[in-house]
Design a protein around this ligand. Structure first.
Ligand code: NAD
Ligand code: ZN
Length: 257
């Protein structure tokens, strides 16, 4: 496999040129260039915090205010972060295909803000909240910074609508993601370490259905061995370059549609 990103980009664009249905599977690296730290890279969030202390139902039940305050800080960061050139390139690619689905593990809503229309959020979103006990959505505009709000229905504590370690993924979303994967021609795996299951299993599943898998990531990952094409480049550099190549090929009449 070539280490030259240009070579990978060209092969990916040629393959995309022939594709009708595309899935993009994104992880924390997708938003790194928007200024949102990833989890597992050096300087990432898990270097400074232990996941079991913050991102589990048990942690919330033990100390809801601590978990709430941490998420409030992350929410502020994510709300202030702009979509990067990679998010924007994905939104601009959408009209070239019959079906274009973004399946994301991110909770920051940056794909939607960039204009992507079909986004499946596997791990929920930090921009919504609900009661941890009765599930009632909590839609107050003004949120406290340091204390988890009290649910007006049951008196339980309100939490961010993200999926924590040890929790099930939203079933309907996961089923839809599986369906998109089984029916696509090309899957772009962008900025994900492939270490978080069951989400990462979707990429492996794609291989079983004969989908061409393209990995876009500056570093090798657990998914590198399943990838057909590898682009060793960051999301905000690789995706605009891929969009540009795709446009060139289409204008030159080199694509099948
Ligand atoms: P991860 O932290 O495990 O891996 C990040 C991956 O991104 C690494 O493989 C790294 O090499 C790559 N990367 C770093 N910078 C990049 C760049 N500029 N362009 C492309 N790739 C880059 O993240 P993960 O695989 O998404 O899994 C962990 C969990 O993290 C997910 O469940 C997700 O919900 C959560 N998370 C989300 C956000 C967010 O919403 N922005 C941020 C941090 C973590
Ligand atoms: Zn409640």
């Amino acid at each position: 496999m070539s280490a030259d990103p240009t070579d990978g980009l060209q092969r990916a664009a040629e393959r995309l040129c022939q594709a009708r249905r595309v899935v993009v599977f994104t992880g924390a690296g997708m938003s790194a260039e928007s200024g949102i730290p990833t989890f597992r890279d050096p300087g990432g969030l898990w270097e400074r915090f232990r996941p079991e202390e913050l991102a589990t139902p048990e942690a919330f039940e033990r100390d809801p205010d601590r978990v709430w305050a941490w998420y409030q800080e992350r929410r502020r960061l994510m709300e202030a972060a702009p979509p990067n050139a990679g998010h924007l390139a994905l939104a601009a690619m959408e009209p070239y295909f019959d079906e274009f689905t973004v399946i994301t593990q991110n909770i920051d809503r940056l794909h939607q803000r960039a204009g992507s229309r079909r986004v499946l959020e596997l791990h929920g979103t930090i921009l919504a909240n609900h009661c941890h006990y009765c599930g009632l959505p909590y839609e107050e505009e003004l949120l406290p910074e340091k204390t988890a709000p009290i649910c007006p229905a049951c008196g339980g504590r309100v939490r961010p609508s993200v999926v924590w370690f040890g929790e099930l993924l939203p079933e309907a979303v996961f089923t839809e993601a599986e369906h998109s994967i089984e029916n696509c021609d090309v899957l772009l795996a962008v900025g994900t370490s492939g270490e978080v299951y069951p989400a990462a299993g979707l990429v492996r599943q794609a291989k079983l259905f004969g989908v061409t898998v393209v990995e876009i990531n500056p570093k090798p990952t657990e998914l590198t061995t399943v990838a057909d094409i590898v682009v060793r480049e960051s999301a905000a550099r690789a995706l605009p370059a891929l969009l540009q190549l795709l446009r060139q090929y289409r204008q030159a009449g080199a694509c099948s549609q």
